[in-house]
Design a protein around this ligand. Structure first.
Ligand SMILES: NC(=O)c1ccc[n+]([C@@H]2O[C@H](COP(=O)([O-])OP(=O)(O)OC[C@H]3O[C@@H](n4cnc5c(N)ncnc54)[C@H](OP(=O)(O)O)[C@@H]3O)[C@@H](O)[C@H]2O)c1
Length: 413
């Protein structure tokens, strides 16, 4: 029998996340699924064919629908759907970090102009409630830093390299076979997925919407066993860390960088496909959230949490975005580990200090301090030359003793 008081939802997408949401809704009969819009008419489905439509407009123009969930894998089409819903003053939740992060100013304006609502917790770290935490608990408190492991695929690969000594290609193959990485893994291993997520975090935590071109973004795709061995010799693990950090002059540095993390950091213990986010707040101090950052049910759960919140009238306040007191940092000094098969590239970077501990005709390994802007300016050249870069804490000072032991480790690798 139909539940007459049930709210009605239209869903776009029935892949990993759409199916996860559908499963979660089986436990929640107060929400009735009207139709699910998909693209491929030939695909075998686990639900009866009358559940599906292939026409987005059929859903978008159905006046009986109370709210929508946009869970498709096509960011261009997702934007058109979200735009149309918001222009009609209606409510939609989305999991699409690329679409939301690249169009946030427009999407905020549309909500303000037409009174509709867009929520997108599932787009950032799957089941970890980071955006709502930033909005609800830190909307009025100054944050100093939000950083973390925001991409489960690359963390799975890095974990395998560290704990099992696998080669990068083998770890990537395993991640793909388990569904943690896409057939085209570029967005994940290139750092772009984490970049989309940290951009959304920066908007909610600091009121800044960074342009991708201004953000230092390096992935893990050039990592080798030498790099892993070096990190281990220092007592560290390599993690892909995305961060938004405020300096004393209210300037925000946003970056995605492989980073050497040590046992005194919570991120050291975030393994496999898990995500972890750490917050540093002026009065609350440090906090850490860890959980499943992707996957069908964890992400479906986050979408359901947004749907429930939206039905209860919840909207993002975008409080810090309205105040716009913080600006993006244009340049900083970075302490880096760098390995390059082409030592001739090194003089092109703006080094402030440099220690090399392994240079021969085929590879150079260095730790030094460099201007962030020079890494951004040479990003394409560094990528083409398969250079691997990782951030190193200032506390790692390479004296002669350490240099000798690193040389030993590098030779063993
Ligand atoms: N997977 C995760 O763990 C995860 C986590 C957080 C966020 N997300 C985000 O959630 C979204 C969906 O990801 P997913 O992993 O569920 O993708 P997926 O498994 O590839 O499924 C994508 C779904 O979108 C449908 N679709 C694609 N283009 C469409 C179009 N133009 N019109 C209508 N339907 C269309 C597909 O239809 P067919 O079934 O007909 O092919 C499919 O049902 C993406 O934005 C992703 O970034 C995913």
């Amino acid at each position: 029998m139909k539940n007459r008081s049930a709210k009605r939802i239209g869903i776009f997408g029935f892949g990993c996340v759409g199916q996860g949401l559908h499963d979660v809704l089986q436990d929640n009969p107060q929400l009735q699924v009207v139709r699910i819009c998909v693209r491929d008419r030939e695909k075998l489905r686990t639900l009866p064919s009358h559940t599906f439509t292939y026409s987005p407009q059929e859903l978008l123009q159905d006046e009986s629908i109370d709210l929508f969930a946009e869970l498709i894998s096509d960011p261009g089409e997702a934007l058109l759907i979200v735009r149309q819903v918001l222009q009609a003053g209606k409510t939609i939740v989305s999991a699409n970090k690329k679409m939301v992060s690249e169009n946030l100013p427009e999407l905020v304006e549309l909500q303000q102009a037409y009174g509709g609502t867009l929520l997108y917790e599932a787009a950032v770290c799957g089941s970890i409630p980071i955006l709502r935490t930033l909005e609800a608990y830190y909307g009025n408190e100054q944050l100093q830093e939000v950083s973390g492991i925001l991409n489960g695929s690359s963390n799975y690969i890095l974990t395998k390299l560290n704990s099992e000594g696998l080669a990068y290609e083998e770890a990537l193959r395993q991640a793909q076979a388990l569904g943690f990485a896409e057939a085209d893994p570029t967005l994940d291993v290139g750092g772009f997925d984490a970049l989309h997520k940290i951009s959304l975090i920066a908007a909610h935590a600091f009121g800044v919407v960074p342009h991708a071109a201004d953000v230092l973004c390096q992935g893990i795709q050039h990592i080798s066993k030498r790099d892993v061995t070096l990190a281990q010799a220092l007592g560290a693990r390599i993690r892909l860390v995305a961060s938004a950090k405020l300096n004393a002059h209210n300037r925000l540095a946003v970056q995605v960088l492989p980073t050497l993390v040590f046992p005194d950091s919570e991120l050291y213990y975030v393994e496999a496909e898990f995500n972890g986010v750490q917050l540093k707040a002026k009065y609350a101090g440090d906090q850490f959230l860890k959980g499943r950052g992707a996957g069908s049910h964890p992400t479906g759960s986050a979408v359901w949490a947004d749907v429930s919140a939206a039905l209860a009238g919840y909207k993002y306040s975008y409080g810090k975005l309205q105040q716009a007191e913080v600006q993006l940092e244009e340049d900083t000094e970075l302490r880096l580990y760098l390995r390059t098969p082409n030592p001739e590239l090194l003089p092109q970077l703006d080094w402030l200090e440099l220690t090399s501990f392994g240079v021969d005709a085929t590879v150079a390994q260095l730790i030094g301090t460099v201007r962030r802007r020079s890494i951004i300016a040479h990003a394409a050249t560094l990528a083409a030359a398969n250079v691997f870069i990782a951030q190193v804490p200032d506390s790692v000072q390479v004296d002669d003793v350490l240099r000798a032991s690193l040389l030993d480790a590098v030779e063993v690798a």
